[in-house]
Design a protein around this ligand. Sequence first.
Ligand code: TMP
Length: 395
Amino acid sequence: MSKEVFLDLGRQPIANKFVSTEEDSNNEYFFDLQAQFDPETKLVSLANFVDPPKLFNEDYPYRAGASPATREHFKKAAQIVDSYLKQGTKVLEIGSNDGSFIGCFDSDIAVAVEPCGNFAKETRNNGYDTYDAFWDGDLAETILSNNGPQQVVYSANCMCHIPDIQGAFAAVEKVLDTDGVFVFEDPNALFMLLRNSYDQIYDEHAHIFSLIALEKLLANVDMHIVKVDVMENVHGGSCRVYAAKCGSSHWKPGSFNAPPLLEFEKQHGMNGIEPYIKFGDRVSHSKQLLRKTLSGFKEEGKKIVSAGATSKSTVVFNYCDIGPDLVEYITDTTPEKIGKLSPGKHIPICHEKEHLDDTVDVAFLGAWNFKDRIMDKHSDKDYLWVTHVPEVQVI
Ligand code: TMP
């Protein structure tokens, strides 16, 4: 059975590549962003992967530790992982970014893998054994021979970035100790369907995992899911999945209850393509409604801006054909983004503190995953807040 496209989000730029110069804007890379379903593995993936070095290189802009909430998240994750480490064992992180997670461990028990040169350098300078490379079977062999088997392999928002996901899981199986545990967290497809958050689909997210698909992919490398933490508010709805080798004497197959979310996914029909096709229909309705809502406000002479210059808002604005004629500017708190233009649509990015002010009438929640935090901060303003999640509405 062949893979079937269920959603076409049109021509899209690299979602997190904010444009700073005219040269940048003339040389922007665009690709066809489509999501497809694999009837064999049940996995949702992009129909056209963007070559990873185009995305993950020494200019990679996303710094996990820039957000206090994210730093706190990784501290908690490190405490969990620490409880699985025994005397003399090690933790390996795949996709260590700025070291927000691995930095919680002593450098003599931690190994980092990070293909983005800027961050790999930082982690290495902090004393961590760092491999500046993409995760695959060859790298797993190298680490196995240099560092030995790993008790815990941890990865956050990285596994879903890897086009050859089956190869990536096989490489984890190779490097993991027989009784070790693989802990990885990524956005989950059930949340995307329930929240109509089609903006989870962008260049970096080569796959949107369901537990149904993960069960199959892990079984293909003799591994199984032993536990799942559901994290509704992390990256728009994520799961932290714990997987072990089927041959482990510690983590015995059959001695764990199926995670409730797996049952929800099955009840939701995610073994088949139907819920994804219905999702595609809802997304195209969402596009019409968002354009109509914002155009209506514009015709009334209202000033519309967007809060949060996110990869997600890049997808929404390019898919819905929303440019500076409709959204005057986007506000953000990240110094690296301020003064640049949004990818594709070239909407100016301004500092939130100075520009989310009393001149604004309508604020679109580009960072809808931080809705409460952003709205609370500006509770003194009488904006009309607009979101498209879970449906287009004025709050
Ligand atoms: P993320 O969803 O990729 O983590 O990006 C969130 C973006 O939203 C990031 O660029 C910072 C921005 N942001 C604000 O501008 N104001 C805020 O209050 C918060 C919480 C985030």
